[in-house]
Design a binder for this molecule. Structure first.
Ligand code: NIG
Ligand code: FE
Length: 391
């Protein structure tokens, strides 16, 4: 076991980890810890045989939104499809109504318990998208709430502008005009310090590849990285387009083909797999994991926490589902919520445990790393350390 774990996870048995000023100063086998460094340590803690992993990174969420869509869940149980509901004015549009109706305080109050549930499972970095406001006023409101969450909680928040998520009702039948509006909003929101990256939904019920291209051109002009909801319900050529813009990630990807995977590999884009949405929408086509492995596209895993396709606040459950539903190996799933998830957000200072990186890590009461993916509905977290401080 030890040998497999050392190889698959880079696991170090009987390790020591030294933290200084919120960073990892040293990590390795305890026996190799330099005596001089050990004597310098002000405080020492015995982790009692706990497994230590990097803090988890949830790299794709729509955490800030108003209301829920339980009624739509019921409609789907009666036979309606996600696409049918979207086309008849429900779906994302229904969350847009409740998000616009909610005040900043209300949105914050609704998002906090979701964030805390994720933190409770060891999440130390989270990405939060806008995309349910769809006007400057309401997108700004949602992004401000996301930023505030990062101030209130011991968690790092990355914000992504997803203005091109759906067509708001006032632009019905005028998708190109709405893309103009997205291009007007983006520099304003960026100037307000609210945008770390730009995303879009490329799909037959959302935006075409050429509309997305206009949004990406605008992001590039501002020096902002892009990512894309691509190939979720159909192959719309989104991944190939996103790769042309060196996208940080392409997400969902059930319909990704070889051309798209090759383009992603060349661009270094991460494939973010979202088993919660696959499960909740009862999709049957799994993302092409073998192709991603063959092309050496890094794979991340995320909750996609959102009210329509993945009302889920458990990243540990996603580890399990990525294995059971998509056949990832536990070591791939774990890399998917640490190393590759950090990369999907453009971070190079976290996601693994190495000297010089942020001291974000989690102590787990498990004997071997695979247990984190194996059990579902369990939470063996003992303690989270965020920026060197126990949370
Ligand atoms: O990631 N695919 C598009 N957006 C979300 C779902 C949004 C919704 O249904 O509210 C997703 O699955
Ligand atoms: Fe999403």
């Amino acid at each position: 076991m030890q040998e497999h774990a050392a190889q698959a996870y880079g696991l170090i048995g009987d390790a020591a980890l030294v933290v200084r000023d919120g960073r990892i100063e040293w990590i390795g086998a305890r026996a190799a810890l330099p005596g001089a460094l050990e004597r310098e340590c002000g405080e020492t803690h015995d982790c009692g045989g706990a497994l230590v992993t990097p803090g988890l990174v949830d790299c794709h969420t729509h955490l800030v939104h108003g209301g829920n869509r339980a009624h739509e869940f019921e409609s789907r149980l009666r036979g309606a499809s996600y696409e049918q509901i979207a086309r008849s004015g429900g779906g994302i549009a229904s969350t847009v109504r409740s998000t616009r109706d909610a005040s900043e305080e209300q949105l914050l109050a609704q998002a906090l318990p979701r964030l805390r549930a994720l933190e409770n499972e060891g999440v130390t970095t989270i990405e939060i998208k806008s995309g349910y406001g769809l006007s400057h006023e309401h997108e700004a409101k949602c992004l401000r709430v996301a930023r505030t969450l990062g101030v209130l909680e011991d968690v790092a928040v990355r914000t992504t502008f997803l203005g091109a998520h759906a067509l708001p009702p006032e632009f019905a039948g005028r998708a190109d005009d709405y893309v103009d509006e997205v291009l007007r909003m983006l520099p304003l929101l960026h100037a307000e310090g609210l945008v770390d990256a730009v995303d879009a939904f490329c799909e037959r019920i959302a935006f075409t590849a050429s509309q997305v291209e206009r949004v990406f051109d605008a992001a590039r002009a501002l020096g902002l990285p892009v990512k894309l909801h691509a190939e979720q319900l159909s192959d719309s050529g989104g991944a190939t387009l996103a790769a042309r813009f060196q996208a940080l990630s392409c997400d969902h990807l059930e319909w990704l083909d070889e051309t798209g995977a090759r383009a992603m590999a060349r661009a270094g884009s991460v494939a973010v797999l979202l088993p919660g949405a696959f499960y909740f929408l009862r999709e049957t086509r799994v993302p092409p994991v073998a192709l991603l492995r063959e092309q050496r596209v890094p794979i991340a895993v995320s909750t996609d926490c959102n009210p329509g396709s993945s009302p889920c606040t458990s990243l540990l459950l996603m580890l399990n589902m990525a294995c059971t539903l998509f056949r990832l190996m536990p070591e791939e799933a774990l890399a998917g919520v640490t190393r590759n998830a950090a990369r999907a957000l453009g971070f190079t200072d976290r996601g693994t445990l190495a000297a010089g990186l942020r001291a974000d890590f989690v102590l787990w009461d498990v004997r071997e790393p695979a247990e984190l993916a194996y059990a579902f509905g369990a939470n063996p977290r003992r303690l989270t350390v965020f920026g060197g401080r126990p949370r």
